[in-house]
Write a protein that binds this ligand. Structure first.
Ligand code: ATP
Length: 352
């Protein structure tokens, strides 16, 4: 756990970048700092590895005051990833990844062996090991940056806007990769971004900072979306925060109707839409008013696994306007309309 207690950073020119910041960053989770440009995100992050020293207050890592630790020793426990990966241009990929093991005095063979394992872990082929950074795409460089930060297996990772220099598609795949890695590695990750969507996607908890380095709100993404603390946080979350909450609500409590699920040839003419299923109850198509010519089914959602957002997507994409709930084997369980799905948004959040 990382603890900030009344930490202030005032730069020599008088700028107060962080003002009396107190918060706990839990171990093994992803904590995201997000906020407008200049709100003190990078300053906050860099105080953790002592690249920036606080003007007052204390920061502790697992109870130990970091101001009393020797910076190189401290940094061995803290991986650091920045935009563009921050790679050494004159070193090959494998040597970039092995930087910290070399510094730790590992022999070359062991350090390179570890680097090769890490390249595989971040999804890069072994053939990239001998390339130089300029021979990689932005997204690939970023993966090398993550591998390098993981090389000495530090319990803490600081990530400063690591994915902001890549296009949205690559960015999404890097985010997914990070979530996958984290499920395996359980690092204490402190992640800085100015992108609220990225914060909400990645964070177990999100700290929204205001300019001047004060906390707007520190909470789980679901609680932020459900109950922003003030107008600033609400504005920062964006106008569609209501809909985005659906991604955090499970589809298990949704009541599903089965009366419109029929087998081939039995769709009653009295019903506007019926879902025709095969003998295994797998969706075969939609029948409108008993029409035997079926319209294709669009996406389905897996009940209890997918979120209400997936359910809403299913409802919007299917010609009937109904979402198709299926079980883990793809068999139709029931149907729900859009208003049933969005009704949960009106349910107050526990504790609010
Ligand atoms: N070395 C410095 N000297 C003086 N002021 C600084 C210094 N570094 C940062 N600042 C100021 O401190 C404030 C916070 O900067 P910081 O880089 O922490 O913000 P940020 O939220 O990470 O911004 P961005 O999203 O634009 O990177 C800003 O007003 C910035 O101009």
């Amino acid at each position: 756990m990382i603890t900030f207690a009344e930490v202030t950073k005032r730069y020599p020119d008088g700028t107060v970048a962080v003002d009396q910041l107190s918060l706990d960053i839990p171990a093994g989770k992803i904590t995201v700092f997000v906020g407008p440009s200049g709100c003190g995100k990078t300053t906050t992050l860099r105080m953790i590895n002592r690249m920036v020293e606080p003007s007052s207050g204390t920061i502790r890592l697992d109870g130990e005051e970091i101001g009393k630790s020797d910076p190189p020793t401290l940094r061995r426990r803290i991986g650091y990833v920045i935009q563009h990966g921050g790679l050494f241009p004159h070193r090959t990929v494998v040597d970039n990844v092995a930087t910290v093991p070399y510094l730790l005095g590992w022999d070359r063979r062991k350090a390179r062996g570890r680097a090769m394992e890490l390249l595989e872990l971040v999804g890069l082929p072994a053939s990239f090991a001998r390339r130089y950074p300029y021979q990689l795409s932005g997204g690939q460089q970023q993966r090398v940056g993550v591998a390098r930060a993981l090389a000495a297996d530090p319990p803490v990772m600081l990530m400063d806007e690591p994915f902001s220099a890549v296009d949205p598609v690559v960015r999404k795949s890097l985010q997914e990769e990070l979530i996958r890695l984290q499920a395996e590695l359980h690092k204490t990750i402190v992640f800085v971004t100015h992108d609220i969507d990225e914060a909400i996607r990645l964070g177990d908890q999100v700290c929204v900072l205001k300019v001047g380095g004060r906390i707007g709100q520190y909470d789980t993404p679901a609680n932020l979306l459900a109950a922003p603390a003030d107008e600033f946080v609400a504005q920062f979350l964006g106008e569609d925060r209501g809909l985005r909450r659906l991604a955090f609500l499970g589809s298990d409590g949704l009541s599903l109707a089965t009366d419109r699920i029929v087998t081939a040839g039995t769709a009653p003419a009295g019903l506007d839409w019926a879902l025709v299923v095969d003998s295994d109850r797998r969706p075969a198509g939609w029948s409108n008013a008993g029409d035997p010519d079926l319209l294709p089914c669009a996406r389905t959602f897996t009940v209890g696994v997918d979120s209400l957002r997936s359910a809403l997507d299913s409802a919007v994409l299917n010609p009937s306007g109904l979402a198709i709930g299926v079980d883990g084997d793809g068999r139709a369980v029931g149907l729900a309309d859009q208003s049933q799905i969005t009704e949960r948004l009106r349910t107050p959040v526990a504790g609010q």
